[in-house]
Design a protein around this ligand. Structure first.
Ligand code: NAG
Ligand code: NAG
Ligand code: NAG
Ligand code: NAG
Ligand code: NAG
Ligand code: NAG
Ligand code: NAG
Ligand code: NAG
Ligand code: NAG
Ligand code: NAG
Ligand code: NAG
Length: 722
C-alpha cells in the first residue's frame, strides 16, 4: 500500500512555497520480509496529541535508524530527544525513541523513521494537534503568496492540527467555497486543493475555522506569474551611422504583460572594456509593463563599431533585437552618377526618379535644380524624395539639365552633380491632326510635294512607301501587296516630291525612332478632271438637234456612274429613271455619255449625274440644267429707208432682225449680193451684233459718186437666212 502526502515548507522571507511529494512504503502493514522497512510503534496514520504534551515515537529495524522531522521542528531544538538502543531477542535489532516536548502546533507534520543507509525504507506518522492553534502555520499580518501556474494544481496550504476541524475557504470578501471533492478538495494535511484553477482563483483567499467560538484564519494571495514578452523595440534598428567621438545611445524598450518580470542584457563590441553605461527603468501602463534599458557610450571610437544586441528574458521566454553601429572617422559626402551623366526617360512614364549615388554622413541637405532653377518650385510634378528627384507623368518638357546640390552646413561640406535628362518621345506626324482626312485628287501631270512633319525624340527617321492603286476591282489600296519603293530622309520634315503626277496610289510616310513609329497615308489620286468629278453639256441643244451630256469621274474615287433626269417633283427625284448611256474607261477617269437625239422643248430640265464615292461610300451627284432652244423664223425689225448722202461722205445702213438661231444677214444692192469687201473696194465693214439680233452695214467712201447715190437709195435691201 502506498500512501501519498504533501509536506509543506514555508519561507516567509522570500515568500516562496515549495511542494514536495513523497511516496512512503508503510512498514506496519507490510509483512513481506521482516523489517524490510523500519516499523513504528503507532499503527494509526495520524497521531493526535494536545499542545504541551510529549510526543513519543518508537522505531525498530534491522539496521541503523534515522529520523526525519517536519520542517516546523527546528534542527536544534532543546525539546527534541533521541535515544538509540540495540534490541530484539539477540540484540540484533536497532531501536530508536524520539521524544518531543513540549509538542507545539508548528511541529505538526510527518515524522519519518528510515534506515540510515537505505533512505527509501522508512515509516512515518503525522503528529501533533493543538486546539488553541487550529492552523499549523501561524500567519503574520501579510498574507502568504500562492503561485498559480497553468496546468498545475492550486493549493491553499492551510493545514490544520486537528484533522476533524471544520475549515472553510473564503474568497475575499464573502464568497464561501465549499469542497465538492471533484475540483475543490479539502484535506486536513494539505489544505484546499483546486484541481483546475480558473481566473476566479486570482485574488485574496482565507481558510477559516472556529474553535470554541473563536475564529481563526489563514490568508493567501494567489499570484499568476507571467512571462509574456509582448514587444522588444530598439529605437534604432538597421544601421546606426555615427561619428567618432560622438555619443551613442540605444534605447531597448520591452513591453511585457502586466506583472511580468524581465531581464535585459546587452552584447556589444567593447563589452569586455565595459565602455558603455547601462541605465534601466520600469514603468507600468494601464495594460502593460514597460522596461527600458538605455545603453550609452559617451565618446565613440572606431572599436565601438559593430553589432549591438539587446537580449530579453522572462522566465522561459527569450527575445532579442539588434542594430549595427557604423562609426565614421569624419563627416563626408560622396556624390556620383549612377548610370553616367545622361539619363533617359520616356514621355508618358508614370514616374521617373533621378537618383545619383549619394553616400554621406551626417545626412546632407539636398536641393535639386532644373536648368538652374529650384526644380520643386518650377513644376508641381517634381518632388524630392529623400535624395532623389521624382518626376511624375514624365513629359517632353522635363528634358533638361538637372543639378543636385548637397551640403552639410555644419561641417562646411558641399558637393554638386549635374546630369542631363533626355525625354524620349514617340514620333507624331503633324499632318495627321491638321490635314483633312479627305482623299486628295491631284491634277494629272502636275508637280506635287507631299509633306510629312514628324516630331519625336530622338529625331525620327522618315521613310516613304508607295503603292500603286490596282487598275480594277477594289480601289482602296491594300498595303499587303505593296511594292516597296522608299526614300529615306533623315530629317524630321519629310518632303516627297512627285515630279509629274501620273499614277494613282497611296504614299505612306513612316516616322520612326526607338520609341515607336507613326504613319500617315497620303492618298494620291491622279485626275484629269477638276475635283475628280464633273458633268457638262457638250453644246447648246436646240429643238430637233442632239443633247449630249458628259459625266467624267476619277476611276479610283467614283463608281456607279449614272445619268437621270430630275422630274419636277423633288420627292420622286431619287426614283427618276436612268437614261440610256454609254461608258468609256480612260486611264484616269471614266466617262459616261448621255445622248438624246431630236430633242424637243420637253427635254429641257435638270439632268443629274450620280456616282458613289468609293472611299466614303457616299452618293454624290452633279446637276446640269438643260434648256432646249425653240426655233424661230427671222423677222426684220425695221425696213430700210431712203438716205441722201453728200458725195464723199460715209453712210451706215442698219437692218435689225430677230430669229432663233440668229439670222444671217445678206446685203444686196440692185439685186446683186454684196460681198464683204466687194463694193468697188470701198466697203469698209459689215458688222453683225448678235445681242439684239441686228446687222449693220456701213459704207465709207473717200468720195461718193453720183452713181453710188442713186443706186444705193433705191435698191438697197437685206435678206435673212438661217
Ligand atoms: C504550555 O506550557 C507553557 C509553559 O511550558 C505554558 O506557558 C502554557 O500555558 C501551557 N499551555 C497549555 C495549554 O497548557
Ligand atoms: C464539525 O461539524 C460537524 C457537523 O457540522 C460536527 O459534528 C463536528 O463536531 C464539528 N467538528 C469540530 C471539530 O468542531
Ligand atoms: C526609450 O524609448 C521610449 C520610447 O520607445 C521612451 O518612452 C523612453 O523615454 C526612452 N527612454 C529614455 C531613457 O530615453
Ligand atoms: C534612442 O534613445 C536614446 C535614449 O532615449 C536617445 O538618446 C537616442 O537619440 C535614440 N536614438 C534614436 C536613433 O532615436
Ligand atoms: C579595450 O580593450 C582592448 C584590449 O582588451 C584594448 O586594446 C582597447 O584599447 C580597449 N579600448 C578602450 C576604449 O578602452
Ligand atoms: C539582427 O536582427 C535581425 C532581425 O531584426 C535578424 O534577422 C538578424 O539575424 C539579427 N542579426 C544578428 C547578428 O543577430
Ligand atoms: C555647387 O553649386 C553652387 C550653386 O550653383 C555653387 O555655389 C557651389 O560653388 C557649387 N559647389 C561645388 C562644390 O561645385
Ligand atoms: C416694211 O414694208 C413692207 C411693205 O411695204 C410692210 O409690209 C412692212 O410692214 C414694213 N415693215 C415695218 C417694220 O415697217
Ligand atoms: C450736203 O451739202 C450741203 C452744202 O454743201 C449741205 O448744206 C447739206 O447739209 C449737206 N447734206 C448732208 C446730208 O450732209
Ligand atoms: C442694238 O443695236 C442698236 C443699234 O446698233 C444699239 O444702239 C443698241 O445698244 C443695241 N442693243 C443692245 C442690247 O446691244
Ligand atoms: C429626223 C427625225 O426623226 N425627225 C422627227 C423629229 O421629231 C418630230 C416630232 O417630234 C418628227 O415630226 C420628226 O420626223
Amino acid at each position: 500500500m502506498v500512501n501519498h502526502f504533501i509536506g509543506l515548507l514555508f519561507s516567509t522571507k522570500y515568500q516562496v512555497v515549495m511542494f514536495i511529494l513523497c511516496s512512503i512504503g508503510h512498514a506496519v502493514l507490510l509483512i513481506r520480509g521482516r523489517f524490510s522497512s523500519p516499523v513504528l510503534d503507532v499503527t494509526e496514520k495520524q497521531l493526535i496529541i494536545e499542545r504541551n504534551q510529549t510526543l513519543q515515537l518508537n522505531c525498530r529495524g534491522r539496521w541503523e535508524l534515522q529520523w526525519v522531522l517536519p520542517s516546523g521542528v527546528p534542527k536544534v531544538y532543546h525539546g527534541t530527544q533521541i535515544e538509540e538502543t540495540r534490541c530484539g531477542k539477540k540484540n540484533n535489532q536497532y531501536c530508536s525513541r524520539l521524544m518531543l516536548s513540549p509538542a507545539l502546533a508548528q511541529h505538526t507534520g510527518s515524522y519519518r523513521c528510515r534506515y540510515r543507509q537505505k533512505h527509501r525504507k522508512q515509516a512515518s506518522v503525522i503528529g501533533v494537534s493543538d486546539s488553541q492553534r487550529p492552523f499549523v502555520k501561524v500567519q503574520s499580518e501579510i498574507p502568504d503568496v500562492v503561485y498559480m501556474k497553468e496546468g498545475e494544481l492550486l493549493v491553499f496550504p492551510c493545514r490544520v492540527t486537528n484533522p476533524d476541524a471544520n475549515v472553510s475557504l473564503i474568497k475575499y470578501p464573502f464568497h464561501r467555497i465549499a469542497p465538492d471533492y471533484k475540483n475543490i478538495i479539502w484535506n486536513s494535511r494539505q489544505g484546499f486543493t483546486i484541481r483546475s484553477p480558473t481566473f476566479f482563483y486570482i485574488g485574496l483567499f482565507s481558510c477559516e475555522t472556529i474553535v470554541n467560538g473563536v475564529k481563526y484564519s489563514n490568508r493567501f494571495l494567489t499570484h499568476r506569474p507571467v512571462n509574456k514578452i509582448l514587444d522588444v523595440y530598439l529605437n534604432s534598428t538597421g544601421l546606426v551611422h555615427t561619428l567618432q567621438g560622438q555619443m551613442l545611445a540605444l534605447n531597448c524598450t520591452v513591453t511585457a504583460e502586466w506583472n511580468a518580470r524581465v531581464s535585459i542584457s546587452w552584447t556589444y563590441p567593447q563589452k569586455a572594456n565595459g565602455s558603455a553605461t547601462i541605465i534601466r527603468r520600469i514603468s507600468r501602463s494601464r495594460t502593460n509593463m514597460l522596461f527600458y534599458s538605455v545603453l550609452t557610450i559617451n565618446r565613440l571610437s572606431k572599436a565601438d563599431r559593430g553589432l549591438y544586441k539587446c537580449h530579453v528574458t522572462s522566465g522561459p521566454s527569450k527575445r532579442e533585437t539588434n542594430t549595427t553601429v557604423i562609426v565614421y572617422d569624419q563627416p563626408f559626402i560622396q556624390l556620383k552618377h549612377r548610370d553616367g551623366p545622361v539619363v533617359q526617360a520616356s514621355a508618358g512614364q508614370k514616374s521617373f526618379r533621378l537618383t545619383p549615388k549619394l553616400k554621406a554622413f551626417p545626412a546632407p541637405e539636398v536641393i535639386w535644380l532644373k536648368d538652374g532653377m529650384v526644380a520643386a518650385e518650377q513644376c508641381s510634378r517634381y518632388h524630392v524624395d529623400r535624395f532623389s528627384l521624382v518626376i511624375l507623368d514624365v513629359a517632353e518638357e522635363d528634358a533638361g539639365i538637372y543639378t543636385i546640390l548637397t551640403g552639410i552646413q555644419q561641417y562646411g561640406l558641399f558637393q554638386n552633380l549635374t546630369l542631363t535628362l533626355v525625354v524620349n518621345v514617340k514620333p507624331q506626324i503633324g499632318e495627321k491632326t491638321v490635314s483633312s482626312r479627305q482623299p486628295g485628287t491631284v491634277q494629272r501631270g502636275s508637280r506635287q510635294a507631299l509633306h510629312c512633319t514628324s516630331h519625336g525624340v530622338p529625331p525620327p527617321q522618315i521613310q516613304w512607301l508607295w503603292h500603286r492603286c490596282p487598275p480594277k476591282g477594289v480601289f482602296v489600296c491594300i498595303f499587303a501587296c505593296m511594292q516597296e519603293l522608299f526614300f529615306v530622309f533623315p530629317q524630321t520634315v519629310g518632303v516627297l516630291t512627285v515630279g509629274k503626277a501620273l499614277i494613282s496610289g497611296i504614299y505612306r510616310c513612316v516616322a520612326s525612332n526607338l520609341m515607336g513609329i507613326d504613319e500617315l497615308d497620303i492618298r494620291f489620286y491622279v485626275t484629269d478632271v477638276k475635283g475628280g468629278l464633273i458633268a457638262s453639256l457638250e453644246e447648246e441643244p436646240r429643238e430637233g438637234g442632239d443633247l449630249r451630256l458628259v459625266c467624267i469621274a476619277n476611276r479610283h474615287l467614283y463608281s456607279d456612274l449614272s445619268w437621270y433626269r430630275l422630274t419636277n417633283q423633288p420627292t420622286t427625284s431619287e426614283g427618276a429613271s436612268v437614261l440610256g448611256v454609254e461608258l468609256t474607261e480612260g486611264q484616269f477617269s471614266h466617262t459616261l455619255y448621255l445622248l438624246l437625239k431630236n430633242v424637243t422643248a420637253q427635254d429641257s430640265g435638270t439632268y443629274r449625274c450620280s456616282a458613289t464615292h468609293l472611299l466614303t461610300g457616299e452618293h454624290t451627284h452633279l446637276d446640269t440644267a438643260v434648256e432646249i432652244t425653240v426655233l424661230q423664223a427671222p423677222v426684220l425689225l425695221r425696213n430700210l429707208s431712203d438716205h441722201s448722202v453728200n458725195v464723199s461722205n460715209s453712210v451706215t445702213l442698219r437692218c435689225p432682225a430677230r430669229g432663233i438661231p440668229h439670222p444671217r444677214i445678206t446685203w444686196y444692192k440692185d439685186q446683186r449680193k454684196l460681198q464683204q469687201e466687194g463694193y468697188k473696194g470701198r466697203l469698209v465693214s459689215v458688222s453683225s451684233s448678235q445681242s439684239n439680233a441686228s446687222s449693220g452695214f456701213s459704207e465709207e467712201k473717200e468720195e461718193i459718186s453720183e452713181e453710188d447715190s442713186g443706186e444705193l437709195t433705191s435698191h438697197a435691201g437685206c435678206h435673212l437666212i438661217y
